[in-house]
Design a protein around this ligand. Structure first.
Ligand SMILES: *[C@@H]1O[C@H](CO)[C@@H](O)[C@H](O)[C@H]1NC(C)=O
Ligand SMILES: *[C@@H]1O[C@H](CO)[C@@H](O)[C@H](O)[C@H]1NC(C)=O
Ligand SMILES: *[C@@H]1O[C@H](CO)[C@@H](O)[C@H](O)[C@H]1NC(C)=O
Ligand SMILES: *[C@@H]1O[C@H](CO)[C@@H](O)[C@H](O)[C@H]1NC(C)=O
Ligand SMILES: *[C@@H]1O[C@H](CO)[C@@H](O)[C@H](O)[C@H]1NC(C)=O
Length: 540
C-alpha cells in the first residue's frame, strides 16, 4: 500500500489549476454563451410551434461533438460536411413524416433543409465558409429537429426503421467517400470520429426504440436493486460529465476491470439531451462487471437556471455576448479561447456536484479523457484533512502558477490570492461533498463569478472562478494518482507505468487519429472494437 504524504500540505502556498485545463476551461463560458445566444436569436426564424419549443431550450446540445474543437469549428470543410450529412438525413425524415401524414414536421424539416442548403450555396458562391456562428446555428437547429423527428415519428414501425437504416447506410457510404476524399486532400483525420460518434448515437437511439427488452431492463426487479445503489454511501461513487459515449465507456470499463470489487462501484453519468438515450442504451446493453451505472441529462436539472447560476445570467447580457463574439474583448486573446464550442454546460457542472448528488457524501470526479489502471478503492480511504477536494499539484513548471491566470492589477485579486500559488489539476479528484456544502464552495464560486461581471478579474472561462472557490481547500494527492499530459507531451514512462489514472489532457485524444500512437494502446485496450455497433460506424 502506498502511503499518502498528508504533510505535503502547505497552507501558505495555494494551488492552482493545471495549465491545460486553464486553456480548455476558458472556452466553457463561451459555449454557454452560444447556447443562450442561439436560443434567443433563432426564435424568429423558426416556422412553427415545434421548432419554437425546441429553440427555447437554453442549452441545446450538439450532435457533432467537440473533439479537436478548434479545428472542428474553424475548418470550413468540416462544418460543410456536417451540414451536408444532416441534410441527407433530414430528407429521409421528410419522406417518413409525409408518409405518416405529419405535414407540420415535414414542413419544419424542409424549412431547415432549405436554410442549410442556402447557407451552403451562398458560401460556395462567395468561396468562403459560412461563419462559425451561422453554421453552428444551422447544425444545432437541424440536430434538434432530427432528434425531434425521431421522437415524433412512429419509430416502432418496421418500415420507419428500415427507411432510417437505409438512409443511415447511404449516409455512411457518403461519409466514407468523404473521408477518403478528405484524406486525399490532406485533411486531418481527426474529424472522422465526431461523425462516427454521431453514427453510434443514431444507431443506439434506433436500438433503444426498436428493442422493448432494452427498455424493459430499466424497470425489472434487478434494476430496482441497482437504483438503490445510487444513493448508498457505503459504495464507491464516481461521476463523469460527458457527451462522448465511447470515452465514458472506456473510463468505466478500465475502472471496473482494475477493481477488486467492481460490484461496489457506482458510476453517475450526466450527459445532454441528444446523447441521453444512446448512452442509456449502451450501458444497459453492456455489463461492466456488475458496476451500477446511472445516466442523467443536464436539461433535467431545472435548478440550473439563470436565476441561480451567475454565469447563465451574465450570458444573457448583450455586452457579455459582444465580449465573447465580437472578438474585440482583447485582440491578443488566441482564437482558441474565444471558441464557443470549447466546452458545454456539462463541463460547468463540476461546480455543482453536491447539488447534482444531494444524497451522497464522497465521490471521485473523473474527466472523460482518462483511463484507469489501478484499483481506486484506496483513493476513498484518503484523509482530506477537512479539505473539500483532493488533487495533484501541477506547478513543477512556473507556467502553472497563479499569476498566469489572474489580473494582479486588481486589488481584490492582490488582496486575496498569492501570485505564486501552485496549480492543481482537475480530471481525477476526490471530493468530500459534506465539506463542500459546509464550506459553501458553490456560494464562494458564485461570489467571484459575480465580481467578474466586467471581466476585470480574469478574461475568459468558467474555470477561474471555480479555482478561486477552491482556494485553500485542496488536499495534495500523491502524483501517481493522476498522471497528466498524455494528450500533448512526452510523459515519463515510469510515471505511466505506476500511474493509477492516466489523463489525455490536450488535443491529442486517444480516440482521434492524431492521438499519440505510443499512448493510444493504453486506452484502446478498454474499447471493444469488435462490437457490432462500433463496426457499423467505422470506429476502429
Ligand atoms: C488540433 O489542435 C492542435 C492544437 O491546436 C493543432 O495543432 C492541430 O493541428 C489541431 N488539428 C487537429 C485536428 O489535430
Ligand atoms: C431556478 O432555480 C431555483 C433554485 O436553484 C429554483 O428555486 C427555481 O424554481 C428555478 N426556476 C425555474 C424556472 O425552474
Ligand atoms: C452561501 O453563499 C451564498 C453567496 O455568498 C449565500 O447567499 C448563502 O447564504 C450561503 N449559504 C450558506 C448555507 O451559507
Ligand atoms: C485589471 O484590473 C484593473 C483594476 O480593476 C483594471 O483597471 C484593468 O483593466 C484590469 N485588466 C484587465 C486586462 O482587465
Ligand atoms: C472492456 O475491456 C475488455 C478488455 O480490456 C474488453 O475485452 C471488453 O470488450 C471491454 N468492454 C467493452 C464493453 O468495451
Amino acid at each position: 500500500m502506498r502511503r499518502r504524504s498528508f504533510d505535503l500540505r502547505r497552507p501558505a502556498r495555494r494551488r492552482w489549476f493545471d495549465g491545460q485545463w486553464g486553456c480548455v476551461a476558458v472556452g466553457g463560458l463561451t459555449v454557454l454563451m452560444l447556447f443562450l445566444f442561439l436560443g434567443r436569436e433563432s426564435k424568429p426564424r423558426s416556422p412553427s410551434l415545434i421548432s419554437q419549443i425546441m429553440m427555447q431550450e437554453p442549452y441545446r446540445s450538439s450532435l457533432v461533438e467537440a473533439l479537436n474543437i478548434t479545428d472542428e469549428i474553424l475548418s470550413p470543410l468540416s462544418t460543410t460536411r456536417q451540414l451536408v450529412d444532416q441534410i441527407s438525413l433530414a430528407k429521409a425524415f421528410v419522406i417518413i413524416a409525409k408518409d405518416n401524414n405529419n405535414l407540420q414536421l415535414a414542413a419544419d424539416l424542409s424549412f431547415q433543409i432549405h436554410h442549410s442548403q442556402s447557407l451552403l450555396s451562398s458560401s460556395a458562391t462567395l468561396k468562403t465558409s459560412p461563419s462559425p456562428e451561422e453554421s453552428q446555428l444551422a447544425i444545432r437547429n437541424m440536430a434538434s429537429l432530427l432528434y425531434q423527428a425521431q421522437q415524433v415519428n412512429n419509430y416502432d414501425t418496421a418500415t420507419t426503421i428500415a427507411k432510417l437504416k437505409s438512409k443511415i447506410q447511404s449516409l455512411e457510404e457518403k461519409s466514407k467517400s468523404e473521408t477518403e476524399k478528405s484524406t486525399k486532400f490532406g485533411q486531418i483525420a481527426a474529424e472522422e470520429l465526431p461523425k462516427s460518434l454521431y453514427c453510434l448515437a443514431v444507431r443506439l437511439t434506433t436500438e433503444w426504440f426498436r428493442s422493448p427488452n432494452l427498455r424493459r431492463k430499466l424497470s425489472d426487479s434487478r434494476r430496482m436493486a441497482i437504483t438503490e445503489k445510487f444513493t448508498d454511501n457505503q459504495l464507491y461513487h464516481f461521476c463523469v460529465f460527458s457527451d462522448n459515449i465511447l470515452a465514458v465507456s472506456a473510463v468505466i470499463n478500465s475502472t471496473t476491470i482494475n477493481s477488486r470489487q467492481p460490484d461496489l462501484i457506482v458510476f453517475h453519468l450526466v450527459t445532454d439531451e441528444v446523447n441521453f438515450l444512446p448512452m442509456r442504451a449502451w450501458f444497459l446493453m453492456n455489463d461492466f462487471r456488475g458496476a451500477a451505472v446511472e445516466v442523467q441529462k443536464v436539461e433535467d436539472f431545472t435548478w440550473l437556471n439563470s436565476s441561480y447560476v451567475p454565469v447563465l445570467k451574465q450570458l444573457q447580457d448583450s455586452q457579455t455576448q459582444n465580449f465573447y463574439f465580437s472578438g474585440t474583448g482583447d485582440s491578443r486573446t488566441p482564437v482558441k479561447f474565444r471558441n464557443p464550442k470549447y466546452l458545454s454546460l456539462l463541463n460547468h457542472l463540476r461546480f455543482y456536484i453536491p447539488e447534482v448528488f444531494p444524497e451522497l457524501q464522497k465521490m471521485v470526479f473523473l474527466d472523460d479523457d482518462v483511463v484507469v489502471q489501478k484499483d481506486l478503492a484506496e483513493l476513498f480511504t484518503i484523509n482530506l484533512n477537512g479539505n473539500v477536494m483532493g488533487a495533484v499539484e501541477t506547478c513543477m513548471e512556473t507556467f502553472h502558477r497563479f499569476h498566469k491566470y489572474l489580473n494582479y492589477s486588481h486589488p481584490l485579486i492582490r488582496a486575496h490570492f498569492d501570485p505564486d500559488a501552485c496549480g492543481w489539476a482537475f480530471g481525477m479528484n476526490l471530493i468530500d461533498l459534506r465539506e463542500w456544502r459546509r464550506k459553501n464552495v458553490t456560494g464562494i464560486y458564485h461570489y467571484w463569478q459575480e465580481r467578474n461581471s466586467d471581466h476585470t478579474l480574469w478574461k475568459l472561462g468558467s474555470l477561474p472562478p471555480g479555482l478561486l472557490a477552491f482556494y485553500g481547500l485542496v488536499e495534495t494527492l500523491d502524483p501517481s494518482w493522476h498522471v497528466l499530459g498524455l494528450g500533448y507531451t512526452n510523459v515519463d514512462p515510469k510515471a505511466i507505468r505506476e500511474g493509477a489514472v492516466l489523463h489525455y489532457n490536450g488535443n491529442m485524444k486517444p480516440w482521434l487519429k492524431i492521438g499519440m500512437e505510443k499512448y493510444k494502446g493504453l486506452w484502446e485496450r478498454y474499447v471493444d472494437y469488435s462490437h457490432s455497433l462500433l463496426q457499423q460506424c467505422y470506429i476502429h
